[in-house]
Ligand binder design. Structure first.
Ligand code: 5AD
Ligand code: SF4
Length: 429
């Protein structure tokens, strides 16, 4: 039996897409290998959002080249958003002639057909127009947590971001189709379902559709919760937050990327809100959901960012006190508006800023974590390894505790007893 191995780069969207690629391969009779070295088909499901993800792909291609030299029958397929970027497929074809299949984001679902074609010739096919994915089978990695796409693409064109160019315009999935998929996941024992989209609040063109979807998804019997990401601050409405507050089945967690605390930079980024408007949204969330977990993305070193602009981001982080913060160094993406801007920032300044921001968030996280000692949270135990259970609360706090195998996949109450390196430890009660 032929074996495949998928290397995934990037965000949850990509991880879920790899589950769809695995679904196609299992349906064709392939089975999963434990590593690239054991595989007959090696896939690289790539991401080009930041330069670092692209660099990793190119580095791994060097290793895969050596595998192909030793085992020439191995088929190498590169897909995802990197080849979708203009010029990249040609560059890969030239630089890495050992690649058998190069496809983009819009035609990944035809992988099976491309594998047949690649028996006779090299396949390089990138579609420039988005097409709805055909109903590809999904081979889910998790037993208790599942992802469900509710929309694809993005219309926001933040000036730094390549996503709208490589994933195309916003398309929303049919409401009833999503309800049916989530209903069947709940019936099959899934406890945590995360709705995925670049901007879930603009589902079906915007409010009130996403709130309605959340309400419809909270009607099933059984214990489960729905999470979602990502929310663009300009589109998050009070109706959505009220829908979250109205049901235990909607997790009390919002990922709300701010990107910068400086109004001047936010304008250049084309984010369409000010830091004041963002903070109003945070207040609105906390008015309805005082214990909600809130996380964010912040980028440092956007073109022309001064020390003063950077300090506005620090200031915002201090005001919000995020439960979790993902920090990024701005990287130039060809084809985007920001790439053509004057005032690109040198790497040393960017590195210095990100280090300070990480340290600031570490201290805030530590202070918050200590304040949770003694609190009890209902958590979903995701896995148990060597007698330690790992779980997450509805507000997305990660907690570890002594556990036994049968705790996996269960909702449990855990009391926080200590904090080590910002990690919460607790005990079952
Ligand atoms: N450089 C750095 N970070 C970026 N992101 C998106 N584009 C870039 C870029 N060019 C970050 C944003 C986004 C997250 C998914 O990736 O913070 O929210
Ligand atoms: Fe990129 Fe902005 Fe769309 Fe997010 S909302 S995917 S940052 S363009």
């Amino acid at each position: 039996m032929k074996k495949f191995y998928i290397n995934t780069y990037g965000c949850q969207m990509n991880v879920h897409e790899s589950e769809k690629l695995a679904g196609i391969l299992y349906e064709r009779g392939y089975i999963r290998a434990d590593s690239n070295e054991e595989a007959d088909i090696i896939l690289l499901n790539t991401c080009c959002i930041r330069e670092t993800a692209e660099t990793r792909v190119l580095g791994n291609l060097g290793i895969i080249k050596k595998i192909k030299e030793k085992r020439p029958h191995v088929m190498v397929c590169i897909c995802g958003c990197m080849p979708q970027k203009p010029g990249t497929a040609e560059m890969l074809k030239k630089r890495c002639p050992f690649i058998d299949i190069i496809i983009g984001t819009h035609n990944m679902y035809k992988l099976g057909e491309y594998l047949d074609e690649a028996q006779h010739k090299k396949v390089v096919e990138i579609w420039d127009k988005e097409r709805e994915p055909e109903n590809a089978p999904i081979h889910r990695d998790g037993k208790f947590s599942a992802w469900v796409n509710i929309m694809y693409g993005c219309d926001n064109f933040c000036s730094y971001c390549i996503v709208p160019y490589v994933r195309g315009r916003e398309r929303s999935r049919d409401f009833d189709e999503i309800v049916a998929e989530v209903g069947s996941l709940v019936k099959n024992g899934y406890k945590e379902i995360t709705l995925l989209g670049q901007n879930v609040n603009s589902y079906k063109g915007g409010a009130p559709e996403f709130g309605n979807l959340l309400r419809a998804l909270s009607q099933f019997d059984g214990e489960y919760w729905i999470k979602f990401m990502t929310s663009h601050p300009k589109d998050l409405t009070e109706d959505v937050v009220k829908a979250m507050a109205s049901s235990d089945k909607i997790a009390k967690f919002i990922h709300l990327p701010v990107q910068s605390g400086s109004d001047r930079i936010l304008k250049l980024m084309n984010r369409k809100y000010t830091s004041g408007e963002y903070l109003d949204k945070i207040k609105m969330i906390r008015d309805h959901l005082p214990d909600a977990g809130i996380s964010s993305d912040i980028m440092v070193g956007f073109p022309t960012e001064t020390e003063e602009d950077y300090l506005c981001s620090e200031d915002l982080v201090k005001k919000v006190k995020y439960n979790n913060l993902f920090t990024f160094i701005y990287s130039r993406r060809s084809g985007t508006v920001a790439d053509k801007m004057d005032g690109q920032i040198d790497l040393k300044t960017k590195t210095d800023r990100i280090e300070r921001l990480i340290k600031l968030q570490f201290d805030i996280g530590n202070e918050l974590a200590r304040s949770y000692i003694g609190n009890t949270y209902r958590i979903l135990c995701e896995r148990v390894e060597n007698g330690i259970g790992y779980g997450k609360s509805s507000c997305d706090k990660s907690i570890s505790f002594e556990a036994s195998e049968e705790n996996a996949g269960k909702f449990l109450n855990v009391k926080i007893t200590e904090v080590k390196n910002n990690k919460l430890k607790g005990e079952l009660i």
